[in-house]
Each structure stands twice: as C-alpha cells, then as structure tokens.
Design a protein around this ligand. Sequence first.
Ligand code: FAD
Ligand code: SF4
Length: 488
Amino acid sequence: MADPKGFLTHDRELPARRPVDVRIRDWREVYEDFPKPALTKQAARCMDCGIPFCHNGCPLGNLIPEWNDLVYRDDWREAIERLHATNNFPEFTGRLCPAPCEAACVLGINSDPVAIKRVEVEIIDRAFSEGWVTPQPPEAKTGKRVAVVGSGPAGLAAAQQLTRAGHDVVVFERADRIGGLLRYGIPEFKMEKRHVDRRLEQMEAEGTEFRTGVNVGVDVTVAELREEFDAIVLAGGATAWRDLPVPGRDLKGVYQAMEYLPPANRDMAASPISAEGRHVVVIGGGDTGADCIGTAIRQGAASVTQLEIMPQPPAARPDSQPWPTYPMLFKMESAHEELEAGAGDRVYAVSTTEFLGDEDGDVRALRLVEVEGPASGFRQVPGSEREIPAELVTLAMGFVGPEKGPLLTDLAALASREFFDPRGNVARGTSYETAVDGVFAAGDMGRGQSLIVWAIAEGRSAAAAVDEYLTGRTALPVAIPPTARSLV
Ligand SMILES: Cc1cc2nc3c(=O)[nH]c(=O)nc-3n(C[C@H](O)[C@H](O)[C@H](O)COP(=O)(O)OP(=O)(O)OC[C@H]3O[C@@H](n4cnc5c(N)ncnc54)[C@H](O)[C@@H]3O)c2cc1C
Ligand code: SF4
C-alpha cells in the first residue's frame, strides 16, 4: 500500500493547462509538466481498498493499485513493467482515455478519485525518457504469417502481441501514415504525434512490417490476402459517419468532422479546409466535436458555436448513474475552456433544421430550433426557431459502423454464417473469430464506435485468439471477451 493516510491528507490535483491565450497560438499539448512531488502525492492517495473496482472499470484490467504503490515508493522501473503487463500503449491511454477507472475508484464514493490516468502517463513518459522502453523481439519464430488490416490502436495492439509471439506480422493501412484515428482524427493538442512515431519505431525494431497506402479489398484483394497469410485480423475501425440530411446539406462549407480534422492534422500550418476568419458551427457535443472546436480556434476562427441536441448534462453524478458506473457529466475539456474564454459558446437542446447559402453556394447561416428532451422524441419548441451565422460547419454526430466496402462485402460473400451483427458491425464469436475461417476482428470494426482503451483491449485479446488458432495454444493474455461492455 502507498501512504496509509494519503487519501486523508492530500487532495486530488492535476497539472495545470497552459494559459488559453498562449496555447491557442500553437498546436502543442495543453498540459504543463507535473512536478514529481505532486505526482507522488497523487499516487499516495490510492488507499489499497481491497477490492479495486478500478481494475474492472479499466477494460485493460490495468493493475492500478500496484503501480500507484510503486510510484509512491519511487520504483518507476517496476512500475512500467506492471503497466506494460496489461497495456501496450499507456502513452495513448494516459493522454486520451476518459478514465472509466477513475469513475470506479472506491475513493470516489465520497471523495475525489485518485488521479489514475495522470499517474499512468507519467510512468510511461518517464520510461521513454529513461530509455527503458526497448524493442522486445521474439525469441523464436513460428513461420506463420498474419495480416492486420488497419493501423489504429486495435490493429497496433494486435500486431505487437502477435509479433512478440513469433509470427510474421504485416499491418496494412490505406492512409499514407500509420496510426488510424490516433494519427489523423485526434489533434496534436490532445496528443502530439511524436508519441505514435516513437512507439512505431519500437514495433518496427521488433519486426512488425507496415505497408501504407494499401486499401485492402481494392489494392490487395481478399483472395490474395488469404492466399499470402495464415490469419487475418480486421481492425479497420467504424468510419462510416452519421449524416444530417436537412435542406442545404450540399452547400459548400458543410463537412463531416472526419473530412475536416485529417487535413488539419496533416498540415497544421495550412490546412486546405481552414476556419480562419470564419464563423464556425460544430454540430455534436462529444469528443469529436471538441476536437473540431480546438482545431477551429487554432486556425483563427472568427467564432465557434457548438450545438448539441441533448440537454446540458449535470455537473455532479446524478442518482440514476451511481458509483461505479461511468456518469455522463458536463465536461470542461481544454477546447471548451478555449471556447468559453471568448471564442464562442456551447448551446444545448437544439436541432438544426436547415443550412442557408449565399449566391455562390457557400453556407452562410444555419437555422435551428430548440427541442424538448429525448423522452419527448426531441419535440420542437414552437416559436424557438432562429438563425445563426455559419460559414464553416462540421458534423460531429458519431459513426454508424464500419464501411461496407469491397473488403467487408467480399468477406461477407465467403461467410459460413451472418458476417454482420444486427448493428452492422462485424460479428464475432467468443474468440474474436468472424464467420470466415482464419479471419478475426477487433476494435471499432467489431464493437462499433468506442474508445482507444477498448480498442487496445480487443487488439490484445484477438491476438491471443489468433495465436491459439495458428499454434494450438497461447500464452498471450486475454483482456476482455468481445461481448464485454462498459458499466452503465
Ligand atoms: C475525432 C475523434 C476523436 C477521438 N478522441 C478520442 C479520445 O480522446 N479518447 C478515446 O479513447 N477515443 C477517442 N476517439 C475514438 C477512438 O479514436 C477510436 O475508438 C479508436 O481509434 C478505434 O480504434 P481502431 O483501431 O478500432 O480503429 P481506427 O483508429 O479507426 O483505425 C482504423 C484504421 O483502419 C484503416 N482501414 C480501414 N479500412 C481499411 C482497408 N480496407 N485497408 C487498409 N486500411 C483500412 C483506416 O484508414 C484506419 O487508419 C475519437 C474518435 C474520433 C473520430
Ligand atoms: S487505460 Fe483508461 S481506464 Fe485504464 S487505467 Fe488508464 S485511464 Fe484508466
């Protein structure tokens, strides 16, 4: 146990964010460094509660009390060993995870939870800077070949586990660079891409091969892939986006978030879709919407307004979402802070009814109406219609599942049973196997739009299933079954 009285003597503390007026002038991560004594105090707050619900809250089953104790005792080397035992990429989750572990922390029943995610990221950052994160190539090779389609966190986790188990792994990615949404969805100010590059160097040194610019199903057919490889892991994400089919949707300047964010991430200085000097409206109140806000502000938007159809969530845990569930609360992400510092506003319980254009076919305004809550079916409030300026609109309304391109349709044609589940995701059995022999699926492609931590957990688990399929046994760990869901 860390400090037996730590949770009584220290309050929860997180590093400060850099001042808004400074950080919006660059793309670097928003957080200041956290001094070591402050972090030790946070680790000391872990009270070794006996039944650590945080383990269950974390889909990876991270051994949180163990590494809190090790950090408190200044044994960082052992701390990274324990962290890597369950998580291939703590530098991603430690920055980007919404931390369901903290929602499940026992201390959170009547106090502020332990700052678990902060401890996690400090452990891995320290390990990289000390040179402790080294390649771990396999001791022996199996001679089996595995293709991983998609290089997001699910594909990367599966690839790293399978490479280390001795298989020859090739990761295929249709984009020009590896990383999936870590690379081109999530902006630099949330996670600098050097963290992805650093991990890829390790993976390459371990023997994982990466092939970019290859759209599997088009550039390489399913038949060719099955011929060349002994097993295939589908990790292509859930990239089919939800649209807003209202009048004016075709006007120039109305984009999907994933049309807007990737070019901004590719070229921060001069994206072809820039918000500079424009009134921006972001439709959708989630993480993707927040990423659009922070990006538009850094591009120099004249104003940014975020619209959300749901009512404003409560600031504190309501009775209907008791501990240890993950509550839907009012969030103040860094991008929201930037918005409220003067760039714009968040508007709840409204629905967009129309986009209005100018004579050149460019969007110039948006018409919205206030709505009642979901119980009423979002009934419109009579007389509440109004128009707001909108010269660039991004739709951040979520994703409906994986794209049904040639990769999945060709595989579905070979399937022995239903290839898709009722929600349109790739159906899996208990071992991540699809309806096509030797083909497995992990991450958003099988689960639907989710989180990085779930993608890594699925990638690790699918790797164990593939290893067993190829060799008849496995020593790789299984984090979760494909049916695992968050505690709600
Ligand atoms: C803008 C945005 C911000 C987000 N922010 C967060 C966050 O802060 N925290 C969090 O936990 N989650 C966040 N998420 C969700 C998270 O990014 C995803 O749940 C996660 O990346 C899913 O991982 P994945 O590996 O399954 O798929 P992805 O990361 O989507 O990767 C799939 C990859 O497969 C490739 N691919 C698809 N089809 C083919 C093909 N036929 N051939 C070759 N390659 C193919 C795609 O190009 C893509 O690179 C965010 C999502 C978005 C869109
Ligand atoms: S991966 Fe997410 S849920 Fe797991 S310990 Fe880290 S922050 Fe918590």
